[in-house]
Ligand binder design. Structure first.
Ligand code: HH2
Length: 270
């Protein structure tokens, strides 16, 4: 796991779903998913984030049983083949528990412990957690996102949840806070959060940011196809790495690894 204020590492996205906005349907097959995870690890990912439910705007929820069926075989296969930790991207306690039992070494909860049992489990098993901010739910979040002061409100929420995580027994160095780019945010909200990402880094908690291929990049660049948003993503990755973000969550590990290597080198003053 990355040190606070240390180098930025990459979390590779692996969606075992038919409908994720960017890689949906590509890795629903267990062997293909494992192969992709192994590839991202060898490309330089420091963590592989496995999810069985899309959270794109308007996405339908997936039952716990279905998520477990999708992710558990992939996690079991990956932990045998790669040395870097596997993270489970789920808000559902039963899925998180099954994933940790299968060998997942990190929990990525986009609802930031809405279900406290996830925090209790992470504390008991001593696994790091990602706490993400989202306004509303994936079904409704992009209808009309509204904030008075987006940076202040998101930061306040994350600090409250991080405090709750510590109370549940998760140590501070195992907590990552994430502003939730695209989760109940307009283009301007996303830009405001990225512009002020150093305020999150200054909170004392480690920070994770997920901008990869997201629609706000398409709005800026005019690239409608998520696969054409790689250079736009690289700009955000460089910005986050330069400002001390610990983990960037990306689809294109092979491309982004050079971006973070150079940013890390400059940051170290080479
Ligand atoms: N973004 C997505 C999913 N999970 N988790 C964290 N912590 N931060 C993020 O920004 C984040 C996340 C959405 O991206 P993706 O997984 O590619 O798409 P989908 O939700 O359609 O599967």
């Amino acid at each position: 796991m990355p040190e606070s204020g240390g180098e930025t590492i990459l979390m590779g996205v692996l969606n075992v779903t038919p409908d994720s906005f960017s890689d949906g349907g590509q890795y629903l097959d267990e062997d293909k998913a494992i192969e992709r995870g192994v590839q991202m690890a060898s490309d330089g990912a420091g963590i592989i984030d496995v999810g069985g439910e899309s959270t794109r705007p308007g996405a339908e929820t997936v039952s716990v049983a279905e998520q477990i069926e999708r992710v558990v075989p992939v996690i079991k296969g990956l932990v045998k083949e790669i040395k870097v930790p596997v993270s489970i991207d789920s808000k559902d306690y039963e899925v998180v528990e099954a994933a940790v039992d299968a060998g997942a070494g990190m929990v990525n909860d986009i609802t930031a412990l809405a279900d406290e049992r996830i925090g209790e489990l992470a504390a008991e098993r001593k696994v790091p957690v990602v706490l993400m901010h989202m306004q509303e739910t994936p079904a409704t979040m992009q209808v009309e996102p509204k904030y008075g002061d987006v940076v202040g409100e998101v930061l306040e929420f994350l600090l409250e949840r991080a405090g709750k995580a510590e109370k549940l027994g998760i140590s501070k160095e195992k907590i990552f806070v994430d502003p939730g780019i695209g989760f109940g945010k307009t283009l301007e909200h996303n830009l405001e959060l990225l512009r002020n990402i150093d305020r999150f880094v200054a909170s004392g908690y480690k920070v994770l940011v997920g901008t990869s291929r997201k629609s706000f990049i398409g709005k800026i660049t005019g690239k409608e196809n998520p696969a054409d948003r790689i250079f736009g993503t690289a700009a955000t990755v460089a910005l986050c790495a330069a400002k001390g973000v610990s983990i960037v969550r990306v689809h294109d590990v092979a491309e982004m690894v050079d971006v973070v290597k150079v940013c890390n080198a400059v940051g170290r003053g080479i």
